[in-house]
Ligand binder design. Structure first.
Ligand code: LFR
Length: 461
């Protein structure tokens, strides 16, 4: 039986592979209990123009989840949306979407980061935005749009990142927050303003960028149309932690964990975002911008991050294997990987960041190709592939941690693993050994919990 008087928050947490609707119920001690009420796949659509998110289908799933809530008679205190970063939709003067949001894995972004660095200069770009140099950033995507679809870009009046677009559809407000803005490479997270000079040097308009709230806030209430479609009332919709990784890291700034100089965090889903909390940007030149950048936490504080490939490799392999009838449950694969350790065909180490893994036709074939081209034995069985992938992920985490130790002179002896992949005990063991860290396993649903925490702050204000 639902207790209709308790305080319930609804968090939408959308990743690149799947979305979840989760109810959050804070207890008197401040702990947040979670109940997943709906889970749905996020499947991009490939057309002859490129790779797009099926954003309408995702929104429809969100409405479905809201109907479930209404049917149970739950009165929501608020709703919040967090998603992956960098991607955006462009709206015309009537607020209509000009095309579906492109997926950051779209081929047209390839090589864009180095071209922008050539035009702006690495030092200046890092100084103004702090973002890690990657082809996926919104700045790269917008520059690609200016070259590839200039007419469409000319018609754009508003740019909304994915969580902002979904919130706009829920309540009509046009607003963003520092967590998602700090992923885009167009935002100065230190001064907390758009880096408009960088945009104009690239011939891009800064006028389409949304305003950014100062911390968690209520953006609006569910529009009439949405209330009618879902049978929910005028529920407040919150802005403040639109970026999933930002929402997750926001949870980790607590005294229950080791102090920042001794703590690395990995928020792991499709990506494994490895980070440490910092007071300010390090001196220019200390960090290599193709490997490290800065992002903002919901309270505006900063973290250094390295964006590493996460579950993407194994998820894409599972897709191929399950289509041919192989048992691909996570438990089976992890057990098979453990059993394969030590076999010659499971000994290769791949670079999970290799461009060939961005969006291959078949992931196992891409892994095999990498091994061949680096003169390493090719894995044959799913267990051997999984072993190669897990060992390589652990290796990439270890390298990043060791580089951070060297550059920051901090001991970083503890690793807090959060997000979906934190459930993979075998990967945690491999990482602990390779990186020389004690692994503390945190919540798998860190982003959703952080999302609810931010909603609670916003409604309290
Ligand atoms: C994780 C994440 C990362 C971001 C990547 C692409 O879901 O949000 O933080 O770099 O997706 O947006």
């Amino acid at each position: 039986m639902d207790n209709h008087d308790e305080l319930v928050y609804l968090a939408f947490d959308l990743g690149a592979s799947s979305g979840r609707a989760i109810l959050g119920r804070p207890d008197p001690a401040g702990r947040i209990g979670l109940e997943e009420i709906h889970r749905f796949a996020n499947t991009p659509v490939k057309t002859d123009k490129g790779l797009f998110w099926d954003i309408e289908a995702l929104f429809e799933q969100m409405l479905q989840a809201m109907r479930f809530v209404a049917e149970r008679g739950i009165r929501l205190r608020a709703i919040g949306v967090d998603t992956w970063g960098v991607d955006f939709a462009l709206l015309d003067e009537n607020g209509e979407m000009l095309e579906r949001p492109r997926c950051y894995r779209d081929g047209r972004n390839s090589g864009m980061s180095s071209r922008i660095v050539e035009r702006i200069g690495a030092v200046r770009l890092v100084g103004r935005t702090g973002s890690m140099f990657q082809d996926i950033t919104s700045l790269c995507q917008l520059t690609a749009a200016a070259e590839d679809t200039p007419d469409l870009l000319a018609r754009a009046r508003t740019l909304l990142f994915i969580p902002d677009l979904l919130r706009y559809w829920l309540c009509g407000s046009v607003v963003s927050d520092c967590t998602v803005a700090s992923t885009c490479q167009m935002y100065d997270a230190v001064r907390r303003e758009w880096a408009t000079d960088i945009l104009s040097e690239l011939g891009l308009s800064a006028e389409i960028l949304p305003p950014i709230t100062a911390g968690p806030a209520i953006a609006g209430t569910l529009s009439r149309t949405i209330q009618e479609k879902t049978r929910l009332g005028a529920v407040p919709v919150v802005v403040g932690a639109g970026h999933d990784t930002g929402a997750a890291f926001g949870l980790c700034n607590t005294e229950d964990l080791p102090p920042p100089e001794d703590l690395v965090i990995i928020s792991s889903g499709t990506w494994s975002v490895l980070g440490i909390f910092v007071e300010e940007h390090l001196q220019a030149g200390v960090l290599e911008p193709t490997r490290f950048g800065y992002e903002a936490n919901p309270d505006g504080s900063l973290r250094i991050i390295r964006n590493l490939t996460g579950a993407w490799l194994i998820e894409q392999c599972r897709k191929v294997w399950s289509a041919s009838g192989v048992d691909c449950s996570y438990e089976t694969l992890v057990a098979a990987a453990r059993a394969a350790a030590g076999e010659d065909n499971a000994s290769a180490i791949i670079d999970p960041q290799w461009e060939g893994f961005t969006h291959p036709t078949e992931m196992p074939a891409a892994v095999a190709e990498y091994c061949r081209s680096t003169d390493q034995p090719e894995p044959q069985t799913p267990g051997q592939f999984a072993q190669v992938i897990f060992a390589s992920l652990a290796e990439s985490y270890a390298e990043a941690i060791s580089e951070l130790r060297e550059k920051t002179h901090q001991p970083l002896r503890n690793l807090y693993m959060i997000g979906g992949m934190s459930r993979n005990k075998y990967l945690n063991e491999l990482t602990g050994r390779r990186a020389g860290v004690s692994v503390i396993v945190g919540p798998a649903e860190a982003a959703a919990t952080g999302n609810v925490a931010v909603q609670m702050q916003a409604v309290k204000k």
